[in-house]
Design a protein around this ligand. Structure first.
Ligand SMILES: Nc1ncnc2c1ncn2[C@@H]1O[C@H](COP(=O)(O)OP(=O)(O)OP(=O)(O)O)[C@@H](O)[C@H]1O
Ligand SMILES: [Mg+2]
Length: 465
C-alpha cells in the first residue's frame, strides 16, 4: 500500500501530512526514505511532513473536515479581500458620512462572510454600533414593512437605553420609572410623527441619534448593514416606494450630521435599482465588487485551513482546485470539503475525485436553478453558454446569432429574446449589467449548461423519432 502511495505521489493531489500514532509516523519515515530513492519530485511533498510534525504537537492533528461550503457560513480562513477591508475601514473614519457602501458580487463570492466576519468587527472596534439583518422579500412589500424592519433591528440597540419618564432626561439608566426604548416605543414614536413615511422615519432616527447616540460616550455612529438587499424594490403599481424612503431618509440624516452609515450587500442588480429609485444614489454609494479570488488568495483559501490537519493538498492538488473552481470561494470550499469527505471514507485514495465532485456540485448547486426553467428558456441559455464570451457579458443580438449557429434548437428572434430575458432575470439567473448587456448571476453557470448539453448529447434516446 505504501509503495502505491509513493508511486502515485507524483500525480497524487493530496499528501498525507501527518499521522496520529507512532506506528504511522514510523511508516511515513519509511515512505520518506523510499521516496528519496524513487523520485526527487516526491521529496518535496514528503519533506513537508517532518517539518509539520515538529511544529505541531503530534496527536493534536485533526482529522475534521475544515471546509465550510454554504450560504454565509464563515470559512475556516477568509482569504484575500484586503483592499476592500481597508477601504471599508476608511469609510468608518468619515466625520460626516458622505459615502455609504454597496458590497456586490455574484452568488457565493463571499459578500455575507466578509460583511459579518470582517466589516462588523472592524466597525465595532472603532466604536460603531452594528444594526441589521437580511432583507427578506416581505420586508419590501410596503414602506411600512420596511420601516418596521429597520426599527426592529434598531431596537435591539436602543432597548438598552431608557427614557427617564419624570425628569424628561434621556440616556442610559437603570432607574425605575423609566420608559424602555424598545420596539413598541420606537413604533409608537414613529406613528405619532406628522408627514409621509419618510418624514416619520427621519424623525424617529433623528430622535434616536440625539437621545441615545449623542449621549453615549462610547458610540461613534450606527452602521445599518443589510444583506440580500437586491430584493428591495419600489412598486409603482402599488404606490409603494420603500427604496426611495430608505435613500431619502439616510441622505437627509447624513446631511444633518447623524453618523449613520448604510452598508448594503447583494447581487449586481442592487445598484441599478437604487439609482433608478433616486439618481443621487450614484453619489451616495461606493461600490465594492467581489469576484474570483486571485490565484495567491485561492491558494491560501485551500492551504491555510489544512494547517494542523492530518492531510494537506500538494501543489498539484492546489492547482487543480484553483482551475476547477476558477477562484470562486464557494466552489473552493465545496471541492475541498468533498475531497476531505472522500478521503475520510477512502483513506488510501489520495486523489481528488474531481469528476464526482463536479457531478455533485451540479446536483447540489446548479440543478435546482435549472429545474425551474421551461424547455425554451433552457434552449436560450444553451445559446448563451455556447457564446465565447458567455462568462463575461452578452447582448440580445449575441443570443440571436448564437441560436442561428446552433443546429439543435429552433433559432430565436430579437423579439423572442427580449421577451424571455426578464423572466430569467426574475428567476435570478441573469442580470442586466449595463445598457443592452447581460451576465449570468451564478458563477460558472455556463459551464454547467455546457455539461448538461454534452450529457444530453451522449445519452441514447429512449424513444428515438
Ligand atoms: N474570502 C474567502 N475565503 C475563503 N472562503 C470564502 C471566502 N469568501 C467566501 N467564502 C466561502 O464561500 C461560501 C459563500 O460565501 P457567502 O455566503 O458569504 O457568499 P455570498 O456572496 O454572500 O453568496 P450569496 O450571494 O448567495 O448570498 C461560504 O462557504 C464561505 O465560507
Ligand atoms: Mg450572502
Amino acid at each position: 500500500m505504501a509503495a502505491s502511495f509513493r508511486h502515485r505521489g507524483i500525480s497524487d493531489t493530496i499528501a498525507k501530512a501527518n499521522t496520529k500514532t507512532k506506528n504511522t509516523k514510523k511508516k511515513n519515515h519509511c515512505r520518506l526514505c523510499i521516496a528519496i530513492i524513487l523520485c526527487p519530485c516526491i521529496i518535496l511533498d514528503v519533506f513537508i511532513t517532518p517539518r509539520k510534525l515538529s511544529e505541531n504537537v503530534v496527536g493534536k492533528h485533526s482529522d475534521k473536515n475544515p471546509f465550510t461550503p454554504g450560504a454565509g457560513h464563515p470559512p475556516p480562513f477568509l482569504a484575500g479581500r484586503d483592499s476592500e477591508i481597508a477601504e471599508f475601514s476608511k469609510f468608518l473614519d468619515q466625520e460626516t458620512v458622505m459615502r455609504n457602501v454597496i458590497l456586490t458580487g455574484l452568488r457565493g463570492t463571499g459578500k455575507t462572510v466578509l460583511m459579518d466576519g470582517k466589516y462588523k468587527p472592524a466597525a465595532q472596534d472603532k466604536g460603531w454600533v452594528w444594526v441589521g439583518s437580511d432583507f427578506s422579500e416581505s420586508s419590501f412589500l410596503s414602506e411600512a414593512k420596511f420601516c418596521q424592519r429597520l426599527l426592529t433591528d434598531l431596537s435591539v440597540f436602543t432597548s438598552t437605553a431608557a427614557l427617564a419618564a419624570e425628569s424628561g432626561s434621556l440616556g442610559f439608566t437603570s432607574q425605575p420609572n423609566t420608559q424602555r426604548m424598545d420596539y413598541n416605543f420606537l413604533w409608537q414614536f414613529f406613528e405619532l410623527q406628522p408627514g409621509l413615511t419618510a418624514d416619520k422615519l427621519k424623525a424617529t432616527l433623528e430622535f434616536v441619534w440625539k437621545t441615545v447616540v449623542v449621549n453615549s460616550k462610547t458610540t461613534e455612529g450606527i452602521v445599518f448593514a443589510y444583506d440580500e438587499a437586491q430584493v428591495v424594490q419600489d412598486r409603482d403599481s402599488k404606490e409603494e416606494y420603500p427604496l426611495a424612503v430608505m435613500l431619502e431618509t439616510f441622505q437627509s440624516l447624513q446631511r444633518k450630521g447623524c453618523r449613520f452609515l448604510l452598508l448594503l450587500t447583494g447581487l449586481p442588480t442592487l445598484f441599478p435599482r437604487l439609482v433608478e429609485s433616486r439618481t443621487y444614489a450614484e453619489r451616495m454609494f461606493t461600490i465594492q465588487e467581489l469576484g474570483r479570488l486571485t490565484p495567491e488568495d485561492s491558494r491560501d483559501a485551500i492551504s491555510v485551513p489544512t494547517k494542523g490537519n492530518a492531510y494537506s493538498f500538494t501543489e498539484a492538488g492546489v492547482e487543480q482546485i484553483i482551475k476547477t473552481s476558477d477562484g470562486y470561494p464557494y466552489f473552493i470550499q465545496f471541492i475541498c470539503r468533498e475531497t476531505f469527505d472522500h478521503l475520510k471514507a477512502n483513506p488510501d485514495d489520495l486523489t481528488i475525485p474531481l469528476d464526482s465532485i463536479v457531478r455533485k456540485l451540479d446536483t447540489d448547486f446548479f440543478a435546482g436553478r435549472w429545474e425551474t426553467l421551461t424547455d425554451r428558456q433552457r434552449d436560450l441559455l444553451y445559446c448563451v453558454s455556447s457564446l465565447p464570451e458567455s462568462e463575461e457579458e452578452f447582448s440580445i443580438i449575441d443570443i440571436v446569432e448564437g441560436s442561428k449557429a446552433t443546429d439543435r434548437i429552433k433559432s430565436f428572434t430579437p423579439g423572442d429574446v427580449s421577451q424571455m430575458l426578464p423572466r430569467l432575470i426574475e428567476k435570478g439567473l441573469i442580470y442586466k449589467n449595463r445598457l443592452g448587456k447581460y451576465c449570468f448571476s451564478v458563477p460558472l453557470f455556463n459551464r454547467f449548461i455546457r455539461r448538461k448539453l454534452e450529457q444530453k448529447e451522449t445519452q441514447p434516446r429512449l424513444f428515438p423519432d
